[in-house]
Design a protein around this ligand. Structure first.
Ligand SMILES: NC(=O)c1ccc[n+]([C@@H]2O[C@H](COP(=O)([O-])OP(=O)(O)OC[C@H]3O[C@@H](n4cnc5c(N)ncnc54)[C@H](O)[C@@H]3O)[C@@H](O)[C@H]2O)c1
Length: 248
């Protein structure tokens, strides 16, 4: 798959599957803008990409802030040029019992996981419309497919992102722009380790279909395919990358 000649933005590119996705898209030929609220993480990703002889810039950005997204978009356009590949991957998680979710937590979850992709997509998509070509991949969650206890706030934000993706796909199909979503399930990243820990990972691996958690690379290669020129007739699709843990 070649993304030669394209510029890509990956949000949350400073850690976990976002970092793996940045490295993969760069291997496939894209110049990367690694957006993350954690600038050190974004710089770490850029170093990995540059070590392989590929091109990337680190851009500090909080996707929940429209001003921050506007500034990040301007910097990316100045340094790389127009962007035609976008991966909305940044997100936060963490289980909280339903009755303990307060308004501030609900709003923060929605602000980053759902409003964030809206801000970023609205800022970037004019470049895709101008090119009459573009690829958008939104990272959702298997909790949008099967539900998850303690995750009503999180799964609601990701469920919103899943249907946001389908509506984008419908609205921009005639302009050469596709939008698809990847709902990961049980991927070994800093997020999973922070919220669930090693014992959970070991237990869950035993009962999982493949006997192991997924990796960032498992997600990255699927995203890279959806971003490729070859995936031109795949639109509004949900590509489950879960080792068969949930089959639909
Ligand atoms: N790990 C899993 O098993 C799993 C399962 C389902 C869905 N997901 C989703 O996959 C995506 C990536 O998760 P991960 O496991 O790699 O997590 P991670 O915590 O390793 O990476 C998430 C990245 O997003 C960044 N980020 C957080 N808030 C941000 C903001 N406001 N603006 C910009 N960047 C921000 C973080 O700094 C971090 O670098 C997330 O959207 C997550 O909800 C993960």
């Amino acid at each position: 798959m070649s993304l030669e000649g394209t510029n890509a933005v990956v949000t949350g590119g400073g850690s976990g599957m976002g970092q793996s996705t940045c490295v993969q898209l760069a291997r496939d030929g894209a110049a990367l803008a690694v957006w993350d609220v954690n600038e050190a993480g974004a710089q770490e990703t850029v170093a990995l990409i540059e070590a392989e002889g590929n091109t990337a810039i680190a851009v500090q950005c909080d996707v929940s802030s429209k001003d921050s997204v506007t500034a990040a978009t301007e910097r990316t356009r100045e340094e790389l040029g127009p962007v035609t590949v976008l991966v909305n991957n940044a997100g936060i998680s963490g289980p909280v019992p339903f009755l303990e979710i307060d308004e501030a937590l609900w709003d923060r979850m929605m602000g980053i996981n759902l409003k964030g992709p809206w801000h970023v997509t609205q800022a970037i998509i004019p470049d895709m419309i101008a090119a009459q070509w573009g690829r958008i991949v939104n990272v959702t969650s298997s909790s949008t497919q099967i539900g998850s206890p303690g995750m009503t706030h999180y799964s609601s934000s990701k469920g919103g992102l899943a249907i946001f993706t389908k509506s984008l796909a419908a609205e921009f199909a005639r302009q050469g722009i596709t939008a698809n979503n990847v709902p990961p399930n049980f991927i070994d990243t800093p997020m999973l380790r922070e919220h669930f820990g090693q014992d959970f990972i070991d237990d869950r691996a035993k009962s999982s279909m493949m006997g192991r958690p997924g990796t960032g690379e498992d997600i990255a290669t699927a995203i890279s395919y959806l971003c490729s020129r070859e995936a031109k007739h795949i639109n509004g699709h949900t590509l489950s990358v879960n080792g068969g843990n949930y089959m639909n």
